[in-house]
Design a binder for this molecule. Sequence first.
Ligand code: NM2
Length: 543
Amino acid sequence: MNMKLIDWPTFIGALVLLLAVTVPLVLFPEAGKEFVNQANTFMTGTFGVLYIVMGLIVFAFLIFVAFSKNGLIKLGDEGEKPEFGTFSWAAMLFAAGIGSSILYWAVIEWAYYYQGPPYGLTPESMEAIRWATAYGIFHWGPIAWAIYTLPALPIAYFYYVRKKPVLKVSEAVRPVLGKLVDGPLGNLIDVLFMFGLLGGAGTTLALGAPMIAEGISDLTGLEATLGLQAGIMLVCTLIFAISSYSGLRRGIKVLSDINIWLALFLLAFIFLFGPTRFLAETTVNSVGVILDNFFRMATWMEPFGNLAQFKETRFPESWTIFYWAWWLVYAPFVGLFVARISRGRTIRQMILGTMIYGTIGCILFFGIMGNFGLYLQLTGQFDVVGFMNANGAPATIIEVINQLPLAKFMVLVFTVLAIIFLATTFDSSSYILASVVQKEIKGEPLRWNRLFWAFALSIMPLVLMFLGGLDTLQTASIVGGFPLIFIMFLLAWSFIKASNTDIRASDDYEPPTIHIKRWKKRNKKKRRSALEVFEEKNREDNE
Ligand code: NM2
């Protein structure tokens, strides 16, 4: 074990914060729940507008960067090929950033909107249906993926262009905070990020475990008890611990590829053997609704909601803001991970690839699985909403899958897929948590370190589950991730500051690497490449 590579203040800091939150929840579950719920209401209510604005700004910023000269910067050396092929890249990206929650919400999200529509519409009306099919896609769409992509910019830039062998959020804000990141402030930033991610993972497990348990219960006849859920979580932990332990190429990549093929199979099956025409038309239609109303949806709040004459729905807080917060806590992790796998791509390719492939993937899930449920409801084949109100969402999700041809086989596929989706998010999370608590990464973070965080990720939810506090965890991401809003701005600022400095330093304002050939031609005498200029700059920075 090489202990010298570990960044102990961050390691211990994250652990202490984690225990500081978990222990009181274990000792006082009821009061803890009350507190987390209140904190959640307070934050989404009072600061909701910050989340909404953050989403819009991040989206606009990324589009701007993608098409600016900074977007042409290549992550890596001149002529270097992308480290992973586009298919594997997109598959890993999707598998890492998206967990089992997509199976949960894609199937059932519409049912909530159908009963509690936005804009004060009448529940279960035609208008409510129209929005119900669109809002899920919107919450998993371009703004959400933009939130995921932003941290990747500075992180990838420092890792591959300035060649600093550190995968840390704090390192990515160095251009703005300077030497401050070497002190407690840097540790604090990393600890906050880790804490947010653990909160987000808690939300994921809190949703995923009961759904997988229902699937297994449906297949085996066992009751979906807490014990079963705990057993499932242990098995999942084992799978992702093994994957994370095996590393990026052997573990994570292989599992991601399986994940994508199985997901494509499930989607194709539902599409072909379900109501194909209805699914296709409804999906296209909802994409249209979003395009038509993008900014309306992206800015909808209820400023007059608490005046007596208006009926407050709390839809923005319960959904859009909750979602932005949840994407946000995962964002630095996905950023770190996307950065790690994007060697050899340009910033533009990385931005557009993440936003486009990510959104398309989510459209497929919501369009096919969600609209299949809606179809069952509208045709009266299965009363999804009634069943959900009586038996809860997880059982309903499995029941929807049970309406397919080859029902039991499809429930099996669905359940296995949920487990793999969970594992592929958690193996990369533990990989990244391990990276963040290391001073330096030689190739990959240390193995024992990866294993440690793999278990840390699920032990806390496991303990809470036994104490009945799993619901509390669902909102943990919002409470845990609030400071990240500000870190997002620092990250954007940092990227622009550093890349602009470097572009200017390369004499003729050409972006580095991609235009190096043209640059060299024009500067025949000066043989210094742009990269050398940056490396020199880098050395100066370090001194
Ligand atoms: N997001 C994509 O549980 C999961 O699927 C992981 C969830 C942020 C809503 C991420």
